[in-house]
Design a protein around this ligand. Structure first.
Ligand SMILES: C[S@@+](CC[C@H](N)C(=O)[O-])C[C@H]1O[C@@H](n2cnc3c(N)ncnc32)[C@H](O)[C@@H]1O
Length: 323
């Protein structure tokens, strides 16, 4: 019987269960709010990856379950004995609420096992330790198979006086996760107060920011920003033959309606251009709403990535490329 640790947003647990429901012969044990253990036959890492889940943030195999921290160094030694690579990342997540990630990492890094490797935060192979109330789950896996290369799928960014809005973290996370081209001419639908516009400016773009609401003066006054102070639907009637290499949309509206407006805007996006859209989801029926909206999008855009990001709330983020 294989075991796999998985993490979701706490309030997306039932949607993640809906996605895992497609796997036959598995069962789930809850480890903590938003964290579970999947048990079943076969390569569970491969089976979960094949689902392209929207609501599962991170996975790692649980090849050993260790009762106490004292036993961790020896278990790490045993697990990595046959690993021949030179580099290994070490991840720790503590689900017990005691925030003991530092202690877990210290125990692993002190192990003679780890002394054989160079360690870095984002290497190709990862030794993961997740501590739950009933033990520590330890596993070795390829970074690219874990749905996110970061420990627990967590992307932490500091709020600084420069931060225009928390929403900006969503687009920063997208750029941190995917090898996307630098934006040059971007159309930002639902731009206010300007967090995403600011992220695009920082990456070298000129931005047309569309929103009836005010932009933060630091964004509004930037000479590379054109603010259309109105609805996206009205902007699209007036846009003429303008052309962009990025189309981003964080509008607060129903996911399907937002996709419809995006598809109307699509002629303005160059071939090969990048689309980033957050799909706002209802409290109930989110999985179906997300899948319906994505099916509409997929008719005209190649989807590169779709997931509930660490910084998404009741929403998912899709990244696509215009053919
Ligand atoms: C979550 S906020 C966007 C935050 C922004 N991405 C940031 O980083 O600061 C959603 C925005 O969508 C805008 N919005 C809602 N419906 C719109 C529409 N039809 N056209 C343009 N903007 C719209 C709202 O005015 C609101 O400012």
């Amino acid at each position: 019987m294989e075991k796999l640790v998985f993490l979701t947003r706490e309030d997306a647990w039932s949607f993640a269960m809906g996605e895992l429901g497609a796997l036959s012969g598995v069962r789930v044990v809850s480890l903590a709010p938003g964290a579970g253990l999947l048990l079943g036959e076969g390569d569970l890492t491969e089976r979960v990856n094949a689902l392209s889940p929207l609501f599962i943030r991170h996975i790692h195999p649980a090849e050993r379950v260790i009762a106490s921290m004292d036993a961790l160094p020896a278990a790490a030694e045993e697990l990595t004995r046959d690993y021949s690579g030179k580099k290994l990342a070490v991840h720790a997540v503590d689900l017990t609420g005691e925030r003991g990630e530092g202690a877990i990492l210290a125990a692993l890094l002190d192990s003679p096992a780890i002394g054989r490797f160079e360690t870095g935060p984002e290497e190709e192979t990862v030794l993961s330790a997740t501590r739950a109330k009933d033990g520590i789950y330890l596993g070795l896996s390829k970074s690219r198979d874990m749905l996110s290369p970061r420990a627990g799928g967590i992307y932490r960014y500091a709020m600084t006086p420069e931060t225009v809005s928390r929403a900006a973290f969503k687009l920063t996370e997208v750029f941190d996760r995917l090898p996307l081209p630098a934006p040059r001419e971007a159309l930002d639908l639902g731009a206010a107060p300007g967090g995403w516009t600011r992220v695009l400016l920082e990456r070298g773009a000129r931005v047309t920011a569309v929103d009836p609401a005010k932009l933060d003066p630091r964004v509004e006054d930037d000479p590379r920003v054109t603010h259309y102070r109105g609805l996206s639907q009205d902007y699209l009637k007036e846009a003429g033959d303008k052309s962009f290499d990025y189309l981003v949309n964080d509008m607060r509206m129903d996911a399907r309606e937002s996709v419809r407006v995006t598809l109307e805007a699509l002629p303005l996006l160059k071939s090969g251009g990048i689309l980033v859209i957050t799909l706002k989801l209802p409290e109930k029926g989110s999985l179906k709403r997300a899948r319906d909206a994505m099916a509409l999008l997929r008719e005209e855009v190649g989807i590169l990535f779709a997931r509930q990001l660490y910084h998404n709330r009741s929403e998912i983020t899709c990244v696509g490329k215009k053919p």
